[in-house]
Design a protein around this ligand. Structure first.
Ligand code: MSP
Length: 534
């Protein structure tokens, strides 16, 4: 994908704004973890990053959820939005903006944007007939429905027949421009399979969509006709724009668009493809605004091979998971184990096995025993060498010198599982190398120079691996860096921009000879599977 703008140091990205009909689930945690990984990677690249997340609080679905709990919609939204805000720090997600669509300033942005589209004559009053799914907040084509009008995405929810006057947005007018967008910018939307879905949709001919609803009131009134409530999606997508305002800014479009627009990257799940791939670009075209850098669509998570749903009782509670296993473990599993862009499964046994193998054994143990040996054989200091002193034939050096670039490309392409696989390959090689070289024997044979070369190469490889993993497991990376006596905290945004740039730290061979090392301590304790029923 080509979503970064090299002429600009600012990098803005978004997660979807999550519905507050319920507390956060693992699906929302998944996108937000991925977004945080991208944000951290971009910061290491020296970019000024704005990570936007938030909540989508209007619409019939939310109104009904509030009613069901005997609360006013606003009380209900405040409570659930607080649940989202409390979860993100637990997962060590460093968002910069939390956009709530019920915020007063958002109302101003929506009114102004609506005005632009209205002035373009892209909004008109018409008759809407069709089947509406409240859970999707979307009209469905009759041919998509399951027998008896049930929604294909919510098989336990029956769609409702509507025949009412609505305001419509002239999507059909943008047919050619959208075709052109997808031809001229083939990587605007990734992965390829989703792009094909969009192309197929466009080729069937785009139809205008309704942007207002009647007979309920939880939303912004349509500026030109207060008897109508603005469709939740029209309002929600603009939440991305409102989020760009600085807290002290007057809520005008001009201010919102002044620094960070266009947003570089939208991360979304596959069920909200149409809104981001067609409706959103067309709305922006209508308002005369430049389009975002790109949209990346990830897959769905299943549990033990089955779709997660409340009715099946097999949803995963991200809070429970993080309380039990810790933020780094949860982040690592989802990022490494599931190819970003495809569906993926959560299985607790596999979760525990992967974390123990990768983080406790391959990474943690390697650091632990190498550091211990350095204390024993080299006086607790980095051997007096530099990367240049290690011969080019050294297998770890050979892998290490190209790894930074390789991993950067993978992160840039959002191919997170490729990034982790490449880093893990270096760690595995490090374990093999130390076993083969047996520095304990070399030491007994008084081959001090050889001992030092081995320990330097392994320590440096662990350092590089920790650095490259820092967007995914920042706490572990921090811990490793501390044991190697670097004064760098990967959770300190201001510090990493200056002290931990990719240009320096992603190179192999930067450990400085003579640097005093700290005592080893485990960076990741082995996990035990939760007893069933917990
Ligand atoms: N409110 C809209 C988004 C508006 S963006 C301007 C919405 N919210 S949502 O809370 O229902 O979904 C948010 C995201 O969670 C979507 O990207 C969706 O794909 C994702 N997921 C919901 N269930 C999921 C899984 N089981 N697995 C992975 N992601 C899933 O849609």
């Amino acid at each position: 994908m080509n979503y970064t703008d090299n002429n600009k140091n600012a990098f803005a990205l978004t997660t979807p704004l999550y519905y507050v009909n319920d507390l956060p689930h693992i699906g929302s945690a998944y996108t937000t973890i991925a977004a945080d990984v991208v944000a951290r990677f971009q910061r290491l690249q020296g970019r000024d990053v704005l990570l936007i997340t938030g909540t989508d609080e209007h619409g019939l679905k939310i109104q009904q959820a509030a009613q069901g709990r005997g609360l006013t919609p606003q009380q209900h939204c405040d409570e659930i939005a607080a649940g989202f805000e409390a979860l993100w720090p637990k997962l060590n997600i460093q968002y910069d903006r939390f956009s709530r669509t019920t915020a007063a300033r958002h109302h101003n942005i929506v009114k102004e944007f609506f005005g632009r589209v209205w002035d373009r004559e892209d909004i008109y009053l018409g008759q809407q007939k069709g089947f509406y799914c409240v859970a999707c907040e979307e009209f469905k084509e009759e041919r998509e429905l399951l027998p008896e009008g049930f929604c294909p995405l919510h098989p336990n929810k029956k769609t409702e027949w509507r025949d009412e006057q609505n305001y419509f947005f002239r999507l059909s007018k943008y047919q050619t421009q959208l075709e052109k967008l997808y031809q001229e910018r083939p990587d605007f939307l990734q992965p390829e399979s989703r792009r094909n879905e969009v192309l197929n949709f466009i080729s069937q001919g785009l139809q205008d969509f309704s942007i207002s609803r009647v007979n309920f009131d939880w939303g912004f009134p349509v500026p030109v006709d207060p008897n109508h409530i603005l469709y939740v999606w029209f309002d929600a997508l603009l939440g991305y724009v409102t989020a760009l305002l600085d807290p002290e800014d007057e809520p005008t479009l001009e201010n919102a668009l002044s620094k960070w627009w266009p947003i570089n990257l939208h991360l979304i799940g596959k069920d909200i493809l149409r809104f981001h791939a067609l409706y959103w670009p067309a709305m922006l075209m209508s308002a005369g605004l430049p389009l975002p850098g790109g949209v990346f669509v990830h897959g769905f998570l299943t549990k033990d091979g089955r779709k997660m749903s409340k009715s099946l009782g097999n949803t995963i509670d991200p809070v429970a998971l993080v309380n039990r296993y810790g933020a780094d473990a949860v982040r690592y599993y989802f990022i490494k184990e599931i190819e970003f862009g495809r569906d993926g499964d959560f299985n607790e046994t596999r979760f525990v096995d992967i974390l123990n193998a990768d983080l406790a054994d391959n990474l943690g143990n390697l650091l632990n025993r190498t550091l211990s040996m350095t204390h024993k054989y080299c006086g607790g200091k980095v051997p007096n060498l530099s990367g240049d002193d290690i011969p080019a034939e050294n297998g770890l050096k050979a892998m290490g010198i190209t790894l930074g670039e390789q991993v950067a490309q993978a992160y840039e392409a959002l191919a997170f599982s490729d990034a982790t696989a490449a880093i893990l390959a270096l760690l595995r090689a490090g374990n093999k190398y130390i076993d083969e070289q047996a520095p304990w024997t070399l030491y007994k044979q008084k081959q001090q120079a050889a001992v030092e070369q081995v320990l330097y190469s392994v320590l440096e490889s662990v350092r590089l691996a920790a650095y490259l993993l820092s967007p995914i497991v920042p706490n572990i990376a921090h811990d490793i860096y501390q044991q190697l006596s670097f004064d760098i905290n990967f959770n300190d945004k201001t510090q990493i921009a200056v002290a931990a740039s990719f240009a320096t730290h992603a190179k192999w061979g930067i450990l400085t000879g003579g640097q005093i090392l700290n005592k080893p301590r485990p960076v990741f304790g082995r996990l035990e599977l939760a007893p069933t029923g917990e």
